[in-house]
Design a protein around this ligand. Structure first.
Ligand code: AG3
Length: 279
């Protein structure tokens, strides 16, 4: 059998990998959800034919979307993840002893169920007593919870379909208001090669709301272009001045204090996105 999964990463470019077995497939009220067994990347979760996470490279994304922010804040106790139904961000958050409550707000409960069943390495922390799982719209949740979270992680899909609102100014304002007085947020913000209109818009919006705005990079092979951006908006703490001397043992495979600092070193073609007047 010769069966391939293909994601159209742009209208003119695709990534394909051979599928050994389709482990699960369904149409949820929100999207098409599939879990494939592949030789190249291990098990892989796709939503509407877009790769969300794979056993081979999920650690990069989940470590970087969580630890950079958590180690920038001196005492993160209440942390919110919007999206991220696979549980990878939650798993990393719980490595921080300061965290008392990690809340996951995922719009599609079927994603959580599929991750629990087929991706236990990623979803393993969802049953921890410090975790609260809420099936709801993240946009609504931040509107309804003011001054509540020390850190918010926006672990979303691409800015189409259910996640579109998670990239707009109104949402960042609600994220700001849902954070405590010295809180910060980190969002996944797509490819510096293929999203050159989107990223400057995000940066401008976040800058108009947060005193500290930073972009950082990591390499996620299954995402378009491989090089991926994350954006931090912070009310007080600057990730470039974070005290990384005495971290708990995070047992990471990508994140280290040196990688934390290096992630903010931007090549000129990325730096340009921060200076753009467009948007
Ligand atoms: N969120 C998806 C990031 C965007 C991937 N885009 C793409 N493959 N075109 C990942 C969720 C993992 N918790």
């Amino acid at each position: 059998m010769n069966c391939w999964f293909t994601e159209m990463q742009t209208p003119d470019m695709a990534i394909s990998c051979r599928v050994k077995k389709t482990l699960h497939e369904e149409k949820t009220p929100f999207q098409h959800l599939a879990v494939y067994e592949t030789d190249q990347f291990g098990r892989m979760l796709a939503l509407d034919d877009v790769i969300q996470t794979t056993i081979m490279d999920e650690f990069v994304y989940h470590e970087m979307i969580t630890h950079v922010g958590l180690n920038t804040h001196p005492n993160p106790r209440r942390v919110l993840v919007i999206g991220g139904g696979d549980g990878g961000s939650i798993r990393e958050i719980l490595k921080h002893p300061s965290v008392e409550l990690a809340t996951l707000v995922e719009i599609d409960e079927r994603v959580i169920a599929a991750a629990r069943e087929y991706l236990p390495e990623i979803s393993c922390a969802l049953g921890d007593p410090r975790v609260r799982v809420i099936v709801d719209d993240g946009i609504k949740h931040v509107k309804e919870n003011r001054d509540t979270y020390d850190m918010i992680i926006v672990d979303s899909t691409d800015p189409v379909g259910p996640a579109e609102g998670l990239f707009g100014r109104a949402f960042y304002q609600d994220v700001h208001d849902a954070l405590t007085g010295d809180g910060l947020f980190v969002a996944q913000t797509e490819s510096p090669f293929f999203n050159r209109d989107l990223i400057p818009r995000i940066i401008q919006n976040v800058r108009s709301i947060f005193p500290v705005t930073r972009l950082f990079l990591a390499c996620v092979p299954t995402y378009p272009g491989g090089l991926w951006t994350f954006t931090m908006g912070s009310k007080k703490y600057d990730p470039l001045e974070a005290n990384l001397e005495q971290l708990p043992d995070l047992k990471t495979r990508y994140y280290t204090p040196a990688v934390h600092r290096a992630a903010f070193v931007l090549p000129p073609f990325v730096e340009e996105l921060l200076q753009s007047e467009e948007g």
